[in-house]
Every structure is written in C-alpha cells, then in structure tokens.
Design a protein around this ligand. Structure first.
Ligand SMILES: N[C@@H](CCC(=O)N[C@@H](CS)C(=O)NCC(=O)O)C(=O)O
Length: 229
C-alpha cells in the first residue's frame, strides 16, 4: 500500500497517472498547498522541501520499515523499479527514459513553472520575465516535438518520461503556446488523453479539489516563502 501525499497540480498528476496505470493500491493524503498544509511537521519529515508530491511505501521490497520518497522524478523512478513497469530493463532503453525524465525535472517543469508565475500569477506584469519564460517554453516544446517524431511516445514505448511531461503540457494555452505549431506534441497529447488511467487520474483530482490552487488567499502562502529557519 502506498500513501500518496498529493495536491491537484502537474507534479501531483504525474504520480496518480503512474498509480492508476499500474493498479498499485494507494491512499491519497491531501496536502492542500493553498492553505499551507505543506508546512505541517509530519509532512516535512517526509518532504523536507515543503512540496508535493511525496509517497510512503508501507511494503518496500526489502521487507523493512516503510520508505518515504519526495521529488516527483524520484518517486516515478522508485515506483517503476518497484513494479518493473514503464521503464525498460535494457541499459540503453533505461538511459533514454532517465534522460527525458531528468529533462522534465530540470527543464520543462521549472521553466514552465516560472512561465505560470510571471505570465499568470505575478501581481506585476514584467515583459522581460514573461518573454523569457514564454520563449523558453517554446524552445522546450520544440525539443519535445522533435523527440516525438516517428515515435508513439517520448522514448518509443510508453514510460515514466511521458507521465512526467504530459501534465506540464496540458496548460499549453495559458503558457502562451499554440499547440498547432507542435503537431507531434498534439498527436501525443491525444494518445495520452485517450488512456483510461490518465482519465482516472484527472478524475481523482476533481474529487479532491474543485478550486484553483492559486487564488487571492493562497498567494502569500505560495509566493511569500523565504528561509524557514
Ligand atoms: N521538483 C519538485 C517540485 C514540486 C513542486 O513544485 N510542487 C508544488 C506543486 S506542483 C508544491 O508543492 N508547491 C507548494 C509550495 O510552493 O509551497 C517535484 O517535482 O516534486
């Protein structure tokens, strides 16, 4: 049984997609990041960076004490290794999936996060910052579009790389991107959307939270953070 510490954001969706795909039993522990639940002491013990998602695996393969994992890329890799699914066993295939997983973690996620911040949430609209992240988003979309040429999924077969990237590309309109300029991404998104597990993952999100995560009340919680101690 996996406890999933979760909120309804792109990094949260990555893990519900994986869990729905594999059918691993899991319980959602909602961490409402709009209200500051991410600063609770018990959550910080498993996720010291005060960010969702995190998991606790109560039945780790070594038979020992529960294992906790934070950072969505580390969680996807842990679960892929645990189940032997969605990461190739052969050296070359595995390396490719790791490359695209890390590309998402180090590039696509952080840059698109800044795009959301400056384009949508920042109280002051700073043209330099908006252009910087909208352009970087376009660059990254171009790279992904190229990688998808001639393949059904990012690394050929469906993998944790797709689960990591997809939720970040869903809000393409508000990232200032015209998806018609990226036909391979458009086709891949349709394939992702058609997967019953992806549909179930997004349906779970709607059951847990019907509001947008960033609103007037949550601004200070999410964007007013400095050093904790
Ligand atoms: N690199 C982290 C990023 C996680 C992250 O930024 N999570 C956001 C939601 S998508 C969060 O928990 N924010 C709470 C906060 O900013 O305090 C990962 O991939 O797990």
């Amino acid at each position: 049984m996996i406890d999933l510490y979760y909120w309804t954001t792109p990094n949260g969706h990555k893990i519900t997609i994986f869990l729905e795909e594999t059918g691993l039993p899991y319980t959602i522990v909602p961490v409402n990041i709009s209200q500051g639940d991410q600063f609770g002491e018990s959550f910080l013990r498993i996720s010291p960076n005060n960010r969702i998602p995190a998991i606790v695996d109560r039945q780790p393969d070594d038979g020992g004490e529960p294992v906790s994992v934070f950072e969505s890329g580390a969680i996807l890799l842990y679960l892929a290794d645990k189940t032997g699914q969605f990461i190739p066993a052969d050296l070359r295939g595995r390396v490719q999936v790791l490359e695209w997983l890390m590309w998402q973690m180090g590039g696509l996620g952080p840059m698109l996060g800044q795009n959301h911040h400056f384009k949508t949430y920042a109280p002051e609209k700073l043209p330099y910052a908006i252009d910087r992240y909208v352009n970087e988003t376009a660059r990254l979309y171009g790279i992904l579009n190229e990688q998808l040429e001639g393949k059904d999924y990012i690394c050929g077969d469906y993998s944790i790389a797709d689960m990591a990237c997809y939720p970040w590309v869903v809000p393409h309109e508000r990232q200032g991107q015209n998806i018609d300029e990226f036909p391979e991404i458009k086709r891949w998104m349709q394939a992702m959307e058609a997967r019953p597990a992806v549909q179930r993952a997004y349906a779970r999100a709607k059951e847990i939270n019907t509001e947008t995560t960033v609103n007037e009340k949550s601004r200070a919680v999410l964007f007013g953070q400095g050093r904790r101690r």
